[in-house]
Ligand binder design. Sequence first.
Ligand SMILES: [Zn+2]
Length: 280
Amino acid sequence: MRWTGGRRSGNVIDARGRGMGVPVVGGGLGMAVLALVVYLLGGDPSVITDSVPQQPSAGVPAGPGPAANDEASQFVSVVLADTEDTWNTIFRDKFGRDYPEPELVLFTDAVQSACGFAQAAMGPFYCPRDRRVYIDLAFYRELRDRFRAPGDFAQAYVIAHEVGHHVQTVTGVSGQVGEARARAGRAESNALSVRQELQADCYAGLWAHHAQRTRDVVEPGDIEEALGAASAIGDDRIQRAGGGRVAPESFTHGTSEQRMSWFRRGYDTGQMDACDTFGG
Ligand SMILES: [Zn+2]
């Protein structure tokens, strides 16, 4: 992926090194299981441990500060800027209004979000209550080592997917899904969650489409890399890797095949309308 030289977002909050002073539970396998569990539950921030009483985001600065200059934060900042350009264009064309940009918090070890307390290696998540994407960069090592999905494009895809959940929040999709899930039985509730996740994958594809058209970011092998990431963290693969039975009714992200196919759809069309995972 060609990313150097791209515009950097002003919405990155660097909270690294401001850990909450809470010991990280387990190492090795424990960490992996934590990451898996939270990724499985991705997109539903209410499941992030609520054991710590709600409080302001302790340890997280109130807003973006001076830009950090290490490569990892520059990369995240360029990818976030690409998602802003993508969604600003789409919102203007489709809704005739500005896109309310989310903030992105980089953290290490642990972080207090408005959605609860999150520990390291949980994987990235989006919190609709403070409209922030949270990323612990250690997750990228997990992605590479454990899920065998290396590469910067795979990492960018993960950010674009979380930003997709932000878009679902501001368009009202997340609210509607939440209400429908509250009324539904378990199987239907999970099915709705899958559709929501697949739409976020399709939205990640829209980012890739627009970034490619405007900045020519895609290098040979990149799309396969993103698809590899989507596939590697599909629920069926995660359940198999965990030695569990593959039970479609308990899927929350969709199968690897579904995830790849919806990402592709977003990437090929560049159209938000192509991402109606709820119709039909
Ligand atoms: Zn998700």
